[in-house]
Write a protein that binds this ligand. Structure first.
Ligand code: GLN
Length: 447
């Protein structure tokens, strides 16, 4: 654990992945683990882990990378943090992100910039950019992120990692600072597929403190992981190989992976997800609407930032929120409030909800015929820091391949599948609801 911190102190000056380090607690936990001895039945015990800063950690500052929560210290652990502790993992600190998980580059953090360890002039992706950068830089072997519209898979793809967005309901959201509650899921970043399955084992399960938590069984995600892909039917959604995949090397890398699957005995089948084109508008309306509601709690009274120059009660609300939230968060609150307001609800929110149903039905239909779907995770590799930050629409459009999965609630894993101009390329393996096992099996065979 001492060497973990030495390494972080040395490398994080350049990478900037961590917002908070809890060194004393971690060293104490490591000492305790030394005394007890490593638990041979628990492969994760004693290992360091980093946590995205929108996941509540008892006694350790949790900011969601917002000025609003810059000094916020929670009094309880999120369920996932409790579960990692039970598995013997030791949290070393909290990781940078886009403010309230809104963004795709970590540049929306109100607190610092995080750089891509592969090329420090590039973004690590987002919103879980700190979580990805920390594992890619070798600071920790595992981290947790959250994925509302791609925020685990896109940064995993930009940094050459394995990143899982589990089925909605698989992992408890208790203690996750809510963004789009019907879309949010927590999941692991790792270097290898098997490590990823092991961590998902540890964090999954029914939780009475989350009303949307899945009440069914949690399987062992490593079981049958080495069965291979012989006889597996792999769907290739044609809409995901479209012209927005500007960097043809991305499409080529995924096609090469598909050839490999074919050689290993899988059957490759073209499928169609015709409503994918409504993914971006539906997602940005639904996610922003839910966010505008979730963020009402930051009112300058209960907790978080309060403006200094207050004359009236209204001042507390208006000034605290005006000063505490960043530009992108305000943009989403306005978009969401507008979409939900009477007179516009039917034209926007309701339409988006209908499009969401069509998107979910596309996946259901495709999965009648195939076991998993394979597609690129993103339409570009990691881009230049500052490259898109002034063009919110371009930033939104970049999520075109990840948001349909969240709208449908299905699981999807991004794994590295090559390089384009020396930067990692990712492909996603999308599965049926609650069938992460088959995803891991297909990913393991490729790896
Ligand atoms: N980039 C998307 C957004 O800005 C996804 C974010 C996320 O998954 N948290 O909303």
């Amino acid at each position: 654990m001492e060497s973990v911190y030495e390494n972080i102190e040395e490398t994080d000056e350049k990478v900037g992945a961590f917002l908070t380090l809890n060194k004393e607690d971690a060293l104490a936990a490591a000492r305790e683990a030394d005394e007890k001895g490593i638990d041979p039945d628990n492969v994760l015990s004693g290992l360091p882990v980093g946590i995205k800063d929108n996941i509540s950690t008892k006694g350790v500052r949790t900011t969601a990378a917002s000025k609003m929560l810059e000094d916020f210290v929670p009094v309880y652990d999120a369920t996932v943090v409790e579960k990692l502790k039970q598995a013997g993992m030791i949290s070393v600190g909290k990781l940078n992100m886009d403010e309230f998980a809104m963004g795709g580059s970590t540049e929306n953090s109100a607190l610092k910039i995080t750089r891509n360890p592969w090329d420090l002039s590039k973004v690590p992706g987002g919103s879980s950019g700190g979580s990805a950068a920390a594992v890619a830089a070798g600071q920790v072997p595992v981290s947790l992120g959250s994925d509302t519209g791609g925020s685990i898979r896109q940064p995993a793809s930009f940094t050459g990692l394995v990143g899982m967005k589990p089925t909605y309901g698989r992992v408890s959201r208790f203690g996750l600072i809510a963004f789009g509650s019907s879309l949010d899921q927590i999941g692991p970043f790792t270097r290898t597929v098997k490590d990823n399955a092991l961590v998902l084992n540890a964090i999954s399960g029914t939780d009475d403190r989350d009303g949307t938590s899945y009440r069914g069984e949690t399987p062992d995600f490593t079981e049958g992981i080495d069965k291979g892909v012989k006889g597996l039917r792999i769907g290739v959604p044609k809409e995901y190989f479209h012209e927005d995949a500007k960097e043809t090397e991305i499409v080529e890398s995924v096609r090469k992976a598909l050839d490999m699957y074919k050689k290993m005995g899988a059957e490759i089948v073209e499928v169609s997800l015709p409503h994918s084109k409504y993914g971006i508008p539906a997602y940005y309306i639904i996610a922003s609407s839910e966010a505008s509601s979730n963020l009402q709690r930051f009112d300058g009274i209960r907790y978080g930032y309060r403006s200094e120059n207050i004359g009236s009660l209204e001042d507390i609300y208006v000034k605290s929120r005006s000063e505490g939230f960043g530009l992108e968060v305000k943009r989403r609150i306005m978009l969401g409030t507008f979409s939900l307001s009477s007179g516009f609800y039917d034209a926007h929110f309701k339409k988006a909800a209908q499009a969401r149903t069509l998107i979910r039905q596309d996946f259901e239909k495709a999965f009648e015929d195939v076991d998993v779907l394979v597609a690129p995770t993103t339409t570009s590799t990691a881009f230049e820091i500052g490259g898109k930050i002034d063009d919110p629409l371009a930033m939104y459009m970049a999520d075109v391949l990840t948001v349909p999965v969240n709208l449908a609630g299905v699981p999807s894993l991004s794994i590295p599948c090559g390089f384009s101009e020396d930067l990692p390329v990712g492909m996603q393996i999308i599965g049926k609801h609650f069938d992460e096992q088959t995803i891991y099996r297909a990913a393991y065979a490729y790896e």
